[in-house]
Design a protein around this ligand. Structure first.
Ligand code: ACO
Length: 311
């Protein structure tokens, strides 16, 4: 027999209303949200590293200022998301510990290196483009604090995507060497950005339940299709080639046919064996340890302020 609380929860979901932190929710719903939101927060924080690599080497003052603003935005996204996850009863310390112990997942995409300036363009265009496709529907996620955090995140992601596109456009209008550099970056980021959407639907254990709860609104493969549909005309404007000889639009099904994503590589990255997993975690761990005195000082300051105001 289903309880009154559960009936109310089901009704709220069915009527497209929001679940808020103090509402009753099934334990599995809470767990799923903590899993997805904390993984998402970790991705934003780890995602600062591949681009942080280029702040000191950006080709002009203007490019440096833009890149710095973008990386700061990612820190902000991580903080909203950790706050949203905290409303579900997990502490930020617990989440941070899971990340630096290597127990938490974060997006596969941030385990690839950024050897050239063109990578800043390809990340903005492809990685942030994929992030937008995935996250715009999350603005309607059934859990209120997550959906609301996504609204601002998506606005900022859309600026990030355009700045990446503009970096590539500038390079593509440059010298032969610059065009080669832009194409090389697109070649390296294209497939990993398709894999960001997660495993194919028939290998995605969480999708069905997350869609029933209206956390996810579209399946991994549906979003991948949308993303490719967005890229094709943009690639034409840029003059870059998407590195998939099998890519074509099938009029009959109304879908893009594409080559096979290397899922073995994807799962290896998830197991911690991607090109930069060790380096990314090590840097995060060191930054956390180096920041310990700041956290202690802030906590002590807050304690003294609280006891002063209690007098
Ligand atoms: N990188 C790392 N892990 C992944 C990825 C990926 N690209 N895609 C799927 N996985 C993991 C899932 O987290 C899940 O692992 P878990 O069960 O141990 O938690 C497993 O692979 C199976 O995948 P799914 O059943 O498809 O999982 P889910 O329904 O959670 O869908 C998805 C995965 C699409 C990433 C979803 O969690 C999501 O939309 N998250 C929010 C967006 C996000 O995190 N974006 C981060 C990158 S964007 C950015 O930061 C700029």
């Amino acid at each position: 027999r289903i309880s009154d609380e559960e009936r109310l929860f089901d009704e709220l979901i069915a009527n497209e209303q929001r679940i808020e932190p103090r509402d009753w929710m099934p334990e599995a719903y809470r767990k799923t949200l903590i899993r997805q939101i904390s993984q998402h927060a970790h991705s934003e924080i780890i995602g600062m590293q591949p681009e942080g690599n280029w702040i000191t080497r950006a080709p002009s003052l203007k490019r440096k200022a833009i890149l710095m603003a973008k990386v700061q935005d990612e820190a902000g996204h991580g903080l909203y998301l950790y706050s949203a996850a905290q409303t579900l009863g997990i502490t930020r310390d617990e989440m941070m510990q899971q990340l630096i112990d290597g127990r938490a997942k974060y997006s596969s995409i941030f385990n690839y290196p950024t050897p050239t300036w063109a990578d800043m363009g390809a990340i903005g265009w492809l990685v942030d483009g994929a992030a937008i496709c995935n996250q715009v529907p999350l603005c309607r996620a059934s859990y209120g604090p997550y959906g609301r955090a996504m609204v601002r995140v998506c606005k900022e992601e859309s600026f990030h995507q355009r700045q990446g596109f503009e970096i590539l456009l500038t390079l593509m209008q440059g010298t032969e060497e610059q065009r080669r550099m832009a194409q090389d970056a697109v070649d390296r980021w294209y497939w990993p950005s398709l894999a960001m959407f997660g495993p194919p639907d028939d290998r995605s254990p969480n999708s069905a339940q997350s869609m029933a709860w209206k956390i996810k609104r579209f399946s991994n493969d549906e979003l991948r299709q949308r993303f490719v549909g967005m890229l094709v005309p943009q690639a034409e404007i840029l003059g870059v080639t998407l590195p998939d000889p099998e890519l074509r639009f099938d009029e009959a099904s109304g879908r893009y046919e594409m080559g096979e994503i290397d899922w073995d590589e994807f799962f290896e990255v998830l197991r911690g064996n991607g090109p930069c997993n060790t380096e990314r975690l090590e840097r995060r761990r060191t930054a956390h340890e180096d920041g310990a005195w700041v956290r202690e000082a802030a906590a002590e300051y807050a304690r003294r302020q609280a006891s002063a105001s209690a007098l």
